[in-house]
Design a protein around this ligand. Structure first.
Ligand SMILES: *[C@@H]1O[C@H](CO)[C@@H](O)[C@H](O)[C@H]1NC(C)=O
Ligand SMILES: *[C@@H]1O[C@H](CO)[C@@H](O)[C@H](O)[C@H]1NC(C)=O
Ligand SMILES: *[C@@H]1O[C@H](CO)[C@@H](O)[C@H](O)[C@H]1NC(C)=O
Ligand SMILES: *[C@@H]1O[C@H](CO)[C@@H](O)[C@H](O)[C@H]1NC(C)=O
Ligand SMILES: *[C@@H]1O[C@H](CO)[C@@H](O)[C@H](O)[C@H]1NC(C)=O
Length: 187
C-alpha cells in the first residue's frame, strides 16, 4: 500500500530502509493541524505539559495556548506559544515528545527537561506535509490519534492506539498546513 494512503487511513507502517524522501521540519515557525474523521484541521495546543487538539481559547486553562514549532537538533521540535491567538502562558521552548516503543503510555506531550524516560523528543520529519516520527531503529511511523477530552471540541493528542480501548478515539494525521477554510466552526 502506498505510504500516503496508509497515512490517510492511519495504518501504522514500518518503513525501515525504504527510499521515501523525508525532510526536516521548516526552520521558520509553523503550526501543526490535525485531520481525521470529524476533525478538519484543528490546531495542536498545549497547557505546557500535554498535547491537545482544538482551539486553545476553548480551554479553561490559562496556560493553554496554540503552538508555534521550530525545528531543533536531531529533528526535535521546539514549542513556543503563538500568543496572537489568546493566552500568554508561562511556558516556552518546550520539546515535543511521543512515547517510545517500550512505553505503555499513549500521551503526547512536552517537556522542558533534557532527559526523559520512555519518551522520544527527536526524529520528527515530514513526508510532504505529513509529520512522521523516526525511531532509533530507523522506522518511520505516524501513529497519531485523538481522544475526546471532557472539554467541548477538545481532544487529547495521543500516539500508538495499540491496547487503547478508549471510546471515541479518532485516527488523525498531523500536517503543517492549516485548513483551507480558516474559521471552521466545527474545529
Ligand atoms: C499564529 O496564530 C495566528 C492566528 O491564528 C496565525 O495566523 C499564524 O499563522 C500563527 N503562526 C504560526 C507560526 O503558527
Ligand atoms: C530551547 O530548548 C533547546 C532544547 O532543550 C535548547 O537546546 C535551547 O538552547 C533552548 N533555547 C532557548 C532560547 O532557551
Ligand atoms: C505500540 O504499542 C504496543 C503495545 O504497547 C507496543 O508493543 C509497540 O512497540 C508500540 N509501537 C510503537 C511504534 O511505539
Ligand atoms: C519545567 O517544568 C516543570 C513542570 O512543568 C516546572 O515546575 C519547572 O518550573 C519548569 N522549569 C523551567 C526551567 O521552566
Ligand atoms: C471549566 O470551568 C468550568 C467553570 O469553572 C467548570 O465547571 C468545568 O468543570 C471546567 N472544565 C474543565 C474540563 O476543567
Amino acid at each position: 500500500m502506498h505510504l500516503l494512503q496508509s497515512l490517510m487511513l492511519g495504518i501504522p507502517m514500518a518503513l525501515a530502509g525504504s527510499p521515501i524522501i523525508v525532510q526536516r521540519a521548516p526552520t521558520a515557525p509553523f503550526g501543526l493541524f490535525a485531520y481525521g474523521d470529524g476533525i478538519g484541521g484543528a490546531p495542536v495546543f498545549t497547557d505546557g505539559e500535554n498535547a491537545f487538539i482544538g482551539r486553545a481559547t476553548r480551554s479553561n486553562d490559562s496556560e493553554a495556548a496554540q503552538i508555534q514549532f521550530i525545528s531543533g537538533t536531531d529533528n526535535s521540535l521546539l514549542a513556543s506559544p503563538n500568543t496572537t491567538t489568546g493566552n500568554a502562558p508561562t511556558w516556552s521552548n518546550l520539546t515535543f515528545m511521543v512515547p517510545d516503543t517500550t512505553s505503555s503510555s499513549h500521551q503526547v506531550g512536552f517537556t522542558n527537561s533534557t532527559t526523559s524516560t520512555d519518551r522520544s523528543g527527536s526524529g520528527f520529519v515530514f513526508y510532504g506535509d505529513f509529520l512522521l516520527h523516526k525511531n532509533t531503529d530507523g522506522d518511520l511511523k505516524a501513529l497519531w490519534y485523538a481522544v475526546p477530552s471532557d472539554e467541548d471540541r477538545i481532544w487529547t493528542l495521543n500516539w500508538n492506539s495499540t491496547d487503547d480501548d478508549t471510546e471515541g478515539k479518532v485516527v488523525v494525521t498531523l500536517k503543517a498546513t492549516p485548513p483551507s477554510r480558516p474559521t471552521d466552526k466545527n474545529n
